[in-house]
Ligand binder design. Structure first.
Ligand SMILES: *[C@@H]1O[C@H](CO)[C@@H](O)[C@H](O)[C@H]1NC(C)=O
Ligand SMILES: *[C@@H]1O[C@H](CO)[C@@H](O)[C@H](O)[C@H]1NC(C)=O
Length: 324
């Protein structure tokens, strides 16, 4: 047997078998109140935001939970004085952390509008950031309509230009210490993966799988897309068969973690999930002039509560599956 043949064969066999996943955690409606923590620290991305605690969020209806719905919204009734921290909003993180896993977000509505910067992502607990890694699943700013998935890591994590994915690579360097922390982003190719068009179609599903064998992959299906895998659209599914291309299609974003390019265990560990919604700041603020006109972003946030009536998350479910 020639050297080189065996590893190739094993890699192919492992890929064909793939990981099978079973349901580990379901978060629907009030489950979020018990299973997630409301974070109130200053926004590390320098947004014009005031993250409030759970009690405040519930009492002002910035957080609303029923048996079937979970809503997190921006304050859309207050003018914010310049000397206050910012417009009230919600940032939560899951109490449980997961390493190899499949996370499925069934989302009915995401925050939209000028100055908004919503994100659903996962983050290591290790610190200091970005040790243990950050995986951005849903992210975009202002009036954007294409989702961006991205990794932010410690050095020596690079993605190939050519990958089996349908989205467009915006950068191949995941190392957060270069390119002004741009991360190795992939812009989705399916229409209506973000912002107003996403909301107009009734939302959709995002799925992020991470395994040592295949790295990190992110898929998206609009509500009603007939190609949505059964296991994703059927909330009673307790297990998800191997994520084969035949069933799932190519991911929008694929981040292979080859040992010599971006070793999985060197760059990633167990992550908590995070939802947040900030305003202006490092990304939405710097992208503001190109999309939202001559006004100043912070002045807009302070003075236009009515501009935030569509700045809310409406979550049908977050489901986490782990390999078995
Ligand atoms: C609180 O928010 C929920 C979800 O948006 C909404 O259905 C409900 O009517 C709101 N309640 C009040 C008292 O405004
Ligand atoms: C659920 O996930 C946790 C964290 O990865 C793991 O320790 C646990 O064994 C999983 N439970 C099941 C039933 O798979």
């Amino acid at each position: 047997m020639r050297t080189g043949y065996v590893p190739l064969f094993l890699a192919a066999a492992a890929h064909a078998a793939g990981a099978r996943f079973r349901l580990n955690q379901t978060y629907v409606g009030r489950d979020f109140l018990d299973g997630w923590t409301w974070e109130t620290a200053d926004d590390p991305t320098h947004g014009r935001v005031n993250y409030v605690d759970m009690h405040t969020a519930l009492s002002q209806n910035l957080t609303y939970a029923s048996s079937t719905k979970f809503v997190m919204r921006a304050d859309d009734f207050s003018v914010v004085p310049p000397n206050q921290r910012g417009r009230s909003s919600v940032r939560i993180s899951s109490n449980r952390a997961f390493d190899e896993s499949l996370i499925v977000l069934d989302l009915a509505h995401m925050p939209e509008g000028c100055s908004t910067w919503p994100a659903f992502w996962t983050l290591s607990q290790k610190g200091p950031w970005p040790h243990g890694g950050e995986i951005d699943i849903v992210e975009g700013v202002n009036l954007g309509t294409q989702n961006l998935a991205s990794l932010h890591t410690t050095p020596d994590c690079n993605m190939p230009q050519q990958r089996l994915q349908s989205g467009q690579t915006t950068s191949t360097v995941c190392d957060a210490s270069v390119n002004y922390n741009q991360g190795c982003g992939v812009s989705f190719s399916k229409p209506a993966s973000f912002g107003r068009p996403f909301n107009q179609q009734g939302g959709g599903y995002f799925a992020m799988a991470r395994t040592k064998a295949d790295g990190v992959r992110v898929w998206f299906w609009a509500r009603g897309d007939r190609n949505t895998p059964q296991a994703i659209s059927n909330p009673d599914a307790l297990s998800v068969p191997a994520l084969s291309r035949r069933r799932w299609g190519a991911p929008e974003a694929a981040f292979p973690t080859a040992a010599d390019k971006c070793g999985y265990e060197t760059h990633f560990d167990a992550h908590r999930m995070v939802f947040d919604l900030t305003f202006c700041g490092d990304w939405a603020g710097s992208a503001w002039p190109a999309t939202c006109g001559p006004l100043n972003c912070v002045d807009y946030v302070n003075n236009n509560p009515k501009g935030f009536s569509d700045a809310y998350w409406e979550v049908n479910a977050v489901r986490v599956y782990t390999p078995y």
